[in-house]
Design a protein around this ligand. Structure first.
Ligand code: GDP
Ligand code: MG
Length: 446
């Protein structure tokens, strides 16, 4: 994965103050491969890499960052920007600002998740926005489709306008609109028929629905698992309809989310929601930053890059890096400084918030609390040492250990454990020559 790929490059790129053509070339190649691996379509990859290159050249490498880490920061920022981070909150909100009923038209291939998303959206609008919602199906080709929407609507307590498979989609939709007006619905969501592939008749039908309904929102629903194909589908729908937004479904699957980038590349329309479960509460506002991290698969590195940028003891970390580079020894004072730096960074649980969702789930909150308590105990133990002991930990033999343990109110084993963790860290530092925060985090979680 990309984290592994980049870790290698990041290590080979240290001690340079600026990002240049030569110190970023290899890294950019890896980013390119990672995007292709995440199923981003080639034209979107090309455009993205060109943009990153333009932004990165000459950028200063701050504080304790290596050029590699700095470049990762640029990549993440640009990716998030392309995902919509720069569009502002209004752009990604559902727009209902019109004379009610606000009509929402759903478009997309068969199986994309339109009907399910109608249910999710109805639930969201009912519960979060206190709207009275009517749903209708204009999918007259599969008898089961109308029934499916009825079931979904009743599950979320939204109103359902019955349609007959023998009617024309436009007639059904207009009858529903009339009903919604007369019954003071705030929102009418119109589900439509998809096809397995792009099909001229389907495009004409949905364009006709759009012309008749004049929806305020025309949402393109697309399956994140489509990968590379998402680009062609998005193009066809974007050409046929004035889309206002995108819903990316099935992000709970193992898709890396490259489709998101492809779809943004072709349509330029904001992704408004993410489908994250089959269940009807599985709809989330789209989070550009999280998506960027998911595509890159490297939330952990990024969190640390961000923290370093906030200036959290960047100077101290740099001093340490220089001390070690200059052949200095990593001692318990340094260890303690790193512990307190970790605490400043919002502690382990604060850091955890920044990791990708998969990691968060795997780690769980209980463990984090425990890890934080452990960090505090370790600090307590170091506090009970003399300055001499901190600078020369090899002095700490049995009797000193007993004294330190008593002072810190812990068992001697705990002092031993802390010292062995310190030794691990120390040997890691030798290998890393500084900047070993991330590695330390990992070893402490275990
Ligand atoms: P439509 O043909 O576009 O109306 O698609 P459907 O709404 O019928 O969905 C097709 C399949 O995808 C169904 O089995 C849904 O349960 C499933 N589905 C839709 N959205 C999601 C999602 O966000 N996550 C998961 N896991 N499944 C989804
Ligand atoms: Mg359907």
């Amino acid at each position: 994965n990309l984290t592994q790929r980049l870790a290698k490059v990041v290590k080979t790129m240290r001690g340079e103050a600026r990002l240049t053509e030569s110190n970023t070339a290899e890294m950019l190649r890896e980013v390119r491969l990672a995007l292709l691996e995440a199923d981003v379509a080639l034209p979107a990859v090309r455009e993205f890499i060109a943009k990153v290159k333009e932004k990165a050249m000459g950028e200063e490498v701050i504080g304790s960052l290596t050029p590699g880490q700095a470049l990762v920061g640029v990549v993440q920022r640009e990716l998030a920007a392309i995902m919509g981070a720069d569009l502002g909150p209004e752009a990604t909100q559902i727009n209902l600002a019109t004379q009610p009923p606000a009509v929402i038209l759903m478009a997309g291939l068969q199986g994309a998740g339109k009907t399910t998303t109608v249910g999710k959206l109805a639930k969201y609008l009912k519960e979060q926005k206190k709207k009275k919602v009517l749903t209708v199906s204009a999918d007259v080709y599969r008898p089961a489709a109308i029934q499916q929407l009825q079931t979904v609507a009743s599950q979320v307590g939204a109103d359902f306008f019955p349609s007959s498979a023998s009617d024309k989609p436009v007639d059904i939709a207009l009858a529903a609109l009339d009903h919604a007006r007369r019954h003071y619905h705030d929102v009418l969501i119109v589900d439509t028929a998809g096809r397995l592939g792009i099909d001229e008749a389907m495009m004409q039908e949905i364009a006709g629905l759009h012309a008749a309904l004049k929806p305020i929102e025309t949402l393109f629903v697309v399956d994140a698992m489509l990968g590379q194909d998402a680009i062609n589908t998005a193009k066809a729908f974007n050409d046929a309809l004035p889309l206002t937004g995108v819903v990316l479904t099935k992000l709970d699957g193992d898709a890396r989310g490259g489709a998101a980038l492809s779809v943004r590349h072709v349509t330029g329309k904001p992704v408004k929601f993410a489908g994250v479960a089959e269940k009807l509460d599985g709809l989330e506002p789209f989070d550009p930053n999280r998506m960027a991290n998911r595509i890159l698969g490297m939330g952990d590195i990024l969190a640390l890059v961000e923290e370093a940028k906030k200036g959290v003891d960047v100077a101290a970390a740099k001093d340490l890096a220089e001390k070690i580079k200059g052949g200095g020894k990593f001692d318990l004072n340094d260890f303690k400084a790193q512990l307190s730096q970790m605490k400043k960074m919002g502690g382990l649980s604060g850091l955890m918030d920044k990791l990708p969702a998969q990691f968060q789930q795997a780690a769980g909150n209980a463990d984090m609390d425990q890890a934080e308590r452990q960090v505090r105990r370790m600090e307590g133990i170091i506090n009970s040492m003399t300055p001499q002991e901190r600078a020369r930990p090899e002095l700490i033999k049995a009797s000193r250990k007993r004294r330190i343990a008593a002072g810190a109110g812990v068992q001697v084993q705990e002092v031993n454990r802390m010292l062995s963790q310190f030794e691990q860290m120390q040997s890691m530092m030798k290998k890393l020559k500084g900047g070993g925060m991330m590695k330390m985090m990992r070893s402490m979680k275990g």
